[in-house]
Ligand binder design. Structure first.
Ligand SMILES: Cc1ncc(COP(=O)(O)O)c(C=O)c1O
Length: 288
């Protein structure tokens, strides 16, 4: 496998980052998880825009233009002969000294990994996931705004560990006020009385690229849509529920905290959204 690392393509065995890189020492950096479908990079511009915003938020200067980054992402896919892949684009603060100070890091590190992805097994798309709510709260905007897709994922990792302790693959994380924010690596939607509802970004969610795609799909399907506050009660009493993410795509949820959602099967709107998403990814995107 060829990895793009700071201007060169190197074998994965040689793709090494310094132990003094602040991405490693402090989680000081930003990243994107992107999908390649049939030779098209899905919503690449949107991913690069989000990366730029994340970098601006942490005062990190990305040493490339958007056009250059776009080419680097596409070339990494070409170098590996891939037409379908999961792409990880990372920009760290770079190598510095052992203190926190980011100004000791003169040059950000940039790397891109394009690899096959292990998705949820097909049975979860057919039958749905049972998820739980975990005790760990999503970090609030006064600490690290959850809209920043930073390398600092410990909060979500604690949520993921707790999900596993409860025997679930994904979990709802609440915000500090107790409202549903999102899942550990996915956004969440419910369907209630024909309306599609998702927590507002201001409630502590990442502005997911897949979430945005589903907002467009709702318009196409003429399903009324609302982004608002959401409690666990709203999810327990929903007719349908699904999660969205670049890795997960659109995955149905059929239970939360031991309560069956709807009739305990993936619902009709969820199925329509998933089908529309699968059609879109084949035609939307940047040709590599
Ligand atoms: C915390 C979190 N929320 C939501 C998402 C979904 O975002 P996207 O659809 O852009 O992959 C991710 C994806 O990585 C995530 O890490």
């Amino acid at each position: 496998m060829k990895i793009y690392l700071n201007g060169q393509f190197v074998d994965s065995a040689d793709a090494a980052i310094s132990v003094f890189d602040h991405g490693l020492l402090y989680g000081d950096g930003v990243f994107e998880g992107i999908r390649l479908y049939g030779g098209n990079v899905f919503r690449l511009e949107e991913h690069l825009e989000r990366l730029e915003y994340s970098a601006r938020a942490i005062m990190l200067d990305i040493p490339h233009t958007r056009a250059e980054l776009s080419e680097i992402v596409c070339e990494t896919c070409r170098q590996n002969g891939l037409t379908d892949a999961y792409i990880r684009l990372v920009v760290t603060r770079g190598v510095g000294d052992l203190g926190l100070a980011p100004w000791t890091c003169p040059k950000p590190s940039v790397f891109v990994i394009a690899s096959k992805i292990s998705l949820y097994p097909q049975e979860y798309y057919d039958n749905g996931l049972a998820i739980v709510t975990v005790p760990t709260r999503r970090i609030g905007p006064a600490a690290l705004p959850p809209t920043v897709k930073s390398l600092n994922y410990l909060n979500n990792i604690l949520g993921k560990i707790e999900a596993r302790q409860f025997g679930a693959l994904e979990a709802i994380m609440l915000n500090e006020q107790g409202y549903v924010a999102e899942c550990t690596a996915d956004n969440i939607f419910i369907v209630h009385k024909g309306e599609l509802i998702t927590p507002a970004i201001s409630h502590g969610a990442l502005k997911g690229i897949t979430r945005d795609a589903v907002l467009d799909i709702a318009e196409e399907l003429k399903v009324p849509l609302r982004d608002s506050s959401m409690t666990r009660y709203d999810v327990w009493c929903a007719d349908e529920c699904f999660l969205t993410g670049s890795g997960a795509e659109v995955v149905p949820v059929i239970a939360l905290d031991g309560r069956r959602i709807g009739d305990g099967k993936p619902g009709p709107i969820t199925r329509e959204v998933l089908a529309s998403f699968r059609r879109r990814v084949l035609v939307e995107g940047t040709r590599i």
